[in-house]
Structures are given as C-alpha cells and as structure tokens.
Design a protein around this ligand. Structure first.
Ligand SMILES: [Zn+2]
Length: 248
C-alpha cells in the first residue's frame, strides 16, 4: 500500500535521511514539500533533487512577512519560469497571528503578499497551497477573483463545513492532518463528511509523526464509512490528479 503526504516541510526535519527511510518503510512514497520563506527556497529545491517523489512549492507564508527582502516577487517569478513543475506555497492568511501581534503579522500586509502570489499562480497556471486560520471571509473574497484560474490545496483544512462546496467550485482540494483531527475532532469530522471523495488528501505538515498518515486514513474511513483500501486508492489518485492538473 502506498501513501502520499500532500503537505509537509521536509526542510524542517532534523535527520532527513532517517525520516525518509521511516517514511519509505511505512509506504509513503510521495510528498509535496512547501517552503515558508525565501531563505527556504534553495533548501527545498535541493531536497527535491535529492529524494525521488518530492514535489515542491515555493512561496512566502504569512508568518514570515518580516523576512521579505526587496525584489522577492521577481526572484520567485524567475524561479517559476525556469521550473514549470514548481508550485506556489505555502501562502495564505492567519487572523490569529494578526490579532496576537498586529504589527508583525499585519493582516493588510498578509493580504498584499497573498495577492501577489495568487497573481503568479494564476499567470503561470501553478497549483498553490493555502494556509488559512480564521480568515475564511477574506480568503473567499480574495479567491473569488482567481476563481478557476488554478487548483489549490486547503492545507490542514478546518474551515466551516459549509464553505467546502464553495471552495470545491473554486478548485480546492482539502488536505487533512492528524494533529487537527485530534484537536478539532468534531469540526474536522463534519468537514470530512462534506468533502467530495475526489478532493480528499492527507498530510503530516511535518509536525505529526510520519507513521500517522496510515492511521489518519483509518480514522477518515470510519468517519466517512468507506473502506480504508478504497480510500487509500482514492487519495493516491487525487494526489496524482492534483500534481498533473495545471488548470481546471
Ligand atoms: Zn505547512
């Protein structure tokens, strides 16, 4: 049985050779590794060149606004032009961070940075990887302008279940993590029940143990009342369709 990790940050793992060996032993053979800021980009590219099965996304995460150096947009654009398989991520909005520290994580700046990266995703038809914490109203408003320009993953998804059909129409895939499954069980369960089978993905986000991915699929199978083997196959297929899809 093969599994895939739809959202991770392999650059954060301390002993990556050991981690990749453990992943292989569990049957995890494909990953999407997301950068979080510009200093990560080279590292993430190197990882994708070292390990087979690692696809990558480059971008600036809303927690790293402070690291932005002049000209980052052009540098990102140039890399994307050079590498047609690279995606954009991790990008998004985080209202909780903005409330904790409005200066460092100013929501308006977060939106500006997101917007620039969505323009690039739309222009170069690249899938993107979305982080959203309690900013769903703004996210939906912004994404509306990019509707059906490209597909994306709502990573560690735990928005209100009611927005799933809306985001589905916009081109979203929904990736679930075991960390949130434990922390926000009821909300995640109601999202899982509303997620179309052809849009479900699973992830470690580099925070859960890699062995948890098969267990997470087991849990999803009991929530959705679908056979685990069937779900594993569907998730694998979704992952490959996501990687192969450059537009909707
Ligand atoms: Zn992440």
């Amino acid at each position: 049985m093969f599994y895939c990790d739809a959202h991770t940050h392999l650059q954060k793992i301390e002993n990556l050779p050991l981690y990749m060996k453990q992943a292989k032993d569990v049957g995890i053979t494909q990953f999407i590794c997301n950068a979080t800021h510009e200093d990560d980009w080279v590292k993430v590219i190197e990882i994708s060149q070292t390990y087979p099965g690692v696809s990558i996304a480059l971008g600036v995460h809303p927690w790293f606004l402070e690291t932005l150096k002049k000209g980052w947009e052009r540098r990102l654009e140039n890399i994307l032009i050079k590498h047609p398989s690279f995606m954009i991520g991790e990008i998004g909005l985080d209202k909780v961070k903005a409330e904790q520290n409005p200066k460092m994580f100013c929501l308006k700046s977060q939106e500006d940075i997101l917007q620039v990266q969505l323009e690039l995703a739309s222009q170069y038809k690249r899938p993107f990887h979305l982080h959203c914490v309690r900013a769903w109203d703004r996210i939906l408003y912004i994404l509306e302008k990019f509707r059906k320009k490209t597909i994306f993953i709502s990573h560690s998804h735990y928005g209100n279940a009611d927005i799933i059909p809306i985001m589905d129409q916009m081109g979203a895939y929904f990736s679930y993590s075991s960390v949130l499954f434990k922390r926000q069980k009821e909300k995640v369960q109601s999202c899982l029940q509303k997620t179309p089978i052809h849009k479900i993905l699973v992830e470690s986000d580099a925070s859960a143990s890699i062995e948890e991915i098969p267990l997470l699929i087991q849990k999803i199978s009991s929530v959705r009342k679908e056979e685990k083997d069937f779900l594993v196959k569907c998730i694998q297929q979704n992952f490959n369709e996501f990687l192969n899809g450059r537009s909707i």
